[in-house]
Design a binder for this molecule. Structure first.
Ligand code: NAD
Ligand code: WQD
Length: 340
């Protein structure tokens, strides 16, 4: 069964393609502009799996270009739509670019579903749609919060677009997956996150400080009302996130969905503090991190973690990897990158 993976050269998309090939049930086709990734990722996927994935390097905001893929492959049964910009501070700097890219691409994908009668869509959403929450853990009934940045807003609007589209297209089925904090790399260390020169997220900053690409790490805030004063997040291994996409596709193709637009949280369910993550890294790798305790980062919420029981119950998904695997694989990947 052919499945189009938009943003398939990116971090989560490439790990999903690897899992998909290993499962053997679906045959991925990748489309990516490589604006935030590199075509070499397709080589990495081949190195790991032995399979050369069909790859289209194009921007899916270009509807004609996107539609040409469906003209060429009339038997695509589903789309996993990863392609988007994802950097919170950049979205505050360049709101229109975020609205244009993240929403235009989704609109084109939905139009393709209509025109080419593609029955199944998996959409990458984010825990950022919840914003500041009163009650933890967060489940799918927790309402969306006020959007705290354009990026989170594009995910909120994206979810609503899909929901309204599904209402008037009963043969169309969607699964919206809300990821918490995906980290780690493929267990081989041959594929992982290609961060920008100045990463924003904790794990790539940790590995870059450890390898010497960055001088120092600042713990953003140690006076939160948490067990050690630093923020708590729900880190989840990227290969577990990838696996959830295969399970979501199976759920749809086996027609196990009740509504034609289902939503699942994807997190480990465990809150881990920034300091706990730093100490876990030091313990597991034996590398001391150069870090300082600093002020809070604007916009950060003290704690968020997921209730993923819906995904466990309906998708039969649960995390296979823990913090030690996340840290060890991210570190292996960073070390491999240095050797390249
Ligand atoms: P990524 O930047 O590594 O991958 C996204 C890919 O999409 C990139 O390869 C980029 O080149 C491509 N892309 C972007 N716009 C495109 C367009 N218009 N046409 C074609 N290709 C385009 O990001 P990721 O971490 O793999 O995230 C994948 C998805 O998951 C995104 O939708 C993101 O918002 C969502 N998400 C990510 C996280 C996270 O922490 N990584 C958390 C929650 C949700
Ligand atoms: C994690 C924790 C920081 C860097 C973001 C997006 C969210 C989702 C996941 C896409 C926080 C702390 C970080 C540093 C630190 N992405 N930190 N020093 O902010 O939870 O979520 O990525 O959808 O939408 O908002 O992730 O990795 O940036 O931060 O102390 O140098 O690490 O304060 O508590 P975040 P993060």
């Amino acid at each position: 069964m052919k499945v189009l993976i938009t943003g398939g050269a990116g971090y989560i998309g490439s790990h999903t393609i690897i899992e998909m090939i290993e499962t053997g049930e679906f045959s991925p086709i990748c489309v990516d502009s490589c604006e935030r990734s590199t075509p070499e990722t397709i080589d990495r996927i081949e190195q790991i799996t032995g399979v050369r994935v069909p790859f289209y390097k194009l921007n899916i905001c270009n509807k004609d270009a996107l539609f040409r893929i469906f003209e060429e492959h009339k038997d695509i049964v589903g789309i996993i739509h990863f392609a988007a910009y994802k950097c919170v501070p950049e979205s505050v700097e360049k709101p229109l670019e975020y609205y244009r890219n993240n929403l235009q691409s989704l609109e084109n994908v939905l139009e393709a579903c209509l025109k080419y009668k593609i029955p199944n869509l998996i959409f990458s959403s984010s825990c950022s749609i919840y914003g500041e929450v009163d009650k933890l853990p967060v489940n799918e009934d927790t309402p969306m919060g006020a959007p705290f940045c354009p990026y989170a807003h594009t995910k909120q609007i994206g979810e609503e677009m899909i929901r309204f589209f599904a209402q008037v297209n009963p043969k169309f089925n969607a699964v919206i997956l809300r990821y918490f904090n995906p980290v780690g790399a493929h267990k081989s260390g041959l594929n992982g996150e290609l961060s920008p020169d100045k990463p924003n997220n904790l794990m790539p900053i940790i590995t870059q400080v450890a390898i010497g690409k960055m001088k120092q790490l600042t713990v953003f805030g140690t006076d939160y009302d948490t067990r050690d004063g630093s923020c708590i997040r729900d880190y989840v291994h990227v290969s577990d996130i990838a696996d959830a996409h295969i399970k979501a596709l199976q759920f749809l193709t086996e027609k196990k969905n009740i509504s034609n637009c289902e939503v699942f949280n994807l997190g480990s369910g465990n809150g881990v503090s920034v300091l706990e993550m730093l100490h876990a890294f030091e313990e597991i790798t034996g590398v001391k991190l150069n870090y300082v305790l600093g002020d809070r980062r604007a916009g950060d919420i003290p704690a968020v973690y997921s209730d993923s029981s819906c995904a466990e119950r309906l998708l039969h998904w649960s995390c296979q990897y823990g913090i030690a695997d996340m840290v060890a694989s991210a570190w292996k990947w960073e070390q491999n990158l240095k050797l390249e």
